[in-house]
Design a protein around this ligand. Sequence first.
Ligand code: NAG
Ligand code: NAG
Ligand code: NAG
Ligand code: NAG
Ligand code: NAG
Ligand code: NAG
Length: 464
Amino acid sequence: MLLFNSRSPCLALLATTLAGTQVASAIQLDLSSTQSIKSAASTIAHSMMSYYKGNLTGQTVGLLPQPYYWWEAGAMFDQMIHYWYYTGDTSYNDVVTQGLLAQISPDKDFMPSNQTLTEGNDDQAFWAFAAMSAAELNFPEPSRKDVSWLALAQAVFNEQASRWETTTCGGGLRWQIFSWNKGYEYKNSISNGCFFQLAARLARYTGNQTYADWAIKTWDWMESTPLVTAQYNIYDGVDMRDNCTKPIPLEWTYNIGTFLMGASSLYNYTDGDPTWRRVTEGMLNGTKVFFPASLGGNIMQEVACEPQQSCNYDQPSFKAYLSRWMAVTTQLAPFSKDFIMPKLQASAAGAAKQCSGAPNGGKTCGRTWNTATWDGKVGVGEEMSALSIIQANLISKVPPPVTADKGGTSQGDPLAGTGTSNSQPSDPLLTRSITMGDRAGAGILTTIVLGGLLGSTWWMSFGS
Ligand SMILES: *[C@@H]1O[C@H](CO)[C@@H](O)[C@H](O)[C@H]1NC(C)=O
Ligand SMILES: *[C@@H]1O[C@H](CO)[C@@H](O)[C@H](O)[C@H]1NC(C)=O
Ligand SMILES: *[C@@H]1O[C@H](CO)[C@@H](O)[C@H](O)[C@H]1NC(C)=O
Ligand SMILES: *[C@@H]1O[C@H](CO)[C@@H](O)[C@H](O)[C@H]1NC(C)=O
Ligand SMILES: *[C@@H]1O[C@H](CO)[C@@H](O)[C@H](O)[C@H]1NC(C)=O
Ligand SMILES: *[C@@H]1O[C@H](CO)[C@@H](O)[C@H](O)[C@H]1NC(C)=O
């Protein structure tokens, strides 16, 4: 069963060769020292950004080279906005701004014509998160006067709200935006979780209840499906063709992470509403599966692919998002600190040891934070995850995200994204027949062959 793509043979060979010549060195990390954390973050940020060639002659600004999909560049820029916030290092700010602006498209909604053919709701949302983070952290506004970070996030929200689908399963967003993509019949946790989170963060930032209402509606819909279990585990998705009754029971760090961030944002926005405290606590409980007791209970692991060494190109970056959102949750829902901080600490210590790969002077980051010897894995996702968990340990040293009436400066536009080319790319490409191979961006997840999977007896669960 082709569930996950494996790395290309060349990279695998390279990694194996390099593993054989591993030098005994690693990122030095003393978690009691702000300077040490910043220095480790700086080393890893440099390694990660060395994958980004977008601003070199002949390359496309804003994109990572193949095999990385479009969405991951957006996620990387978000990580770099947080990097600047945590460390004060401004060296990458211009490159980050340039990369983000290059992909906003003429409608300023992160639907660039080169990507729309294969773009999913989740892909678009990861770029919107970068814009949202920029607004919340007061990242310098673009010099282009017709663009603001907040309005970019609002545009994506408005478009996704207009895609809410009520004809099957009582609501929810489809994974895919366009009918020709595989996954159009799939309602999944990441697309709905991203919309939930974006709405919740917009509610908190702007104070506009309409966003909160959408977040509540999205959560209520999630709970009406088998995507959320009684123990608050979040499953991957449901197929509309069987009325969303049979979940694909895979669990990923970024799914629980995106709901945790949304829930803690609503908890904060509502000034401590018990419902959102319950959901935030539930999501914290749901993270436990990713901190296996067998690893001591505090080291994060992507349990659906890491132990099996079956992660595709996307999945090694997922731990970056859970790390990022757990950290911010300690600010928005301070009651979560005692639960979260030991996990950020132990995972960061593990990641630093794993950042001992031979390339880059013995500081290349691998994937498995529970082993002190480099596992031979290399990539943007591995670097991003290590950067995220390590810098997250500075969370108590930085102020919480701002809001419009408490320090926020980004000027929004509640109508952004309405009346845009939301529905169809106006591309001649449309007449081309679409194959799986074309579905470059969409693959945040699993390019699972959904029908086959649902029909089989295969399942996998990591319920705690
Ligand atoms: C790309 O960005 C880096 C980092 O800011 C900079 O040093 C380099 O000059 C830029 N290259 C181009 C071609 O703009
Ligand atoms: C779209 O693709 C073309 C051809 O590869 C490239 O020149 C252009 O910069 C791309 N535009 C964006 C916004 O990515
Ligand atoms: C889904 O629900 C509709 C409406 O209740 C029903 O007509 C249809 O048979 C159901 N399909 C499946 C596969 O259960
Ligand atoms: C909301 O976040 C602020 C900033 O971190 C924090 O001071 C406040 O206690 C939070 N609200 C609640 C209800 O926890
Ligand atoms: C989370 O887990 C704790 C410990 O098992 C339990 O007491 C609590 O009720 C759970 N919270 C929710 C919201 O389920
Ligand atoms: C609140 O957000 C909604 C949805 O985008 C928008 O229609 C409305 O105008 C906003 N209200 C204010 C006061 O900005």
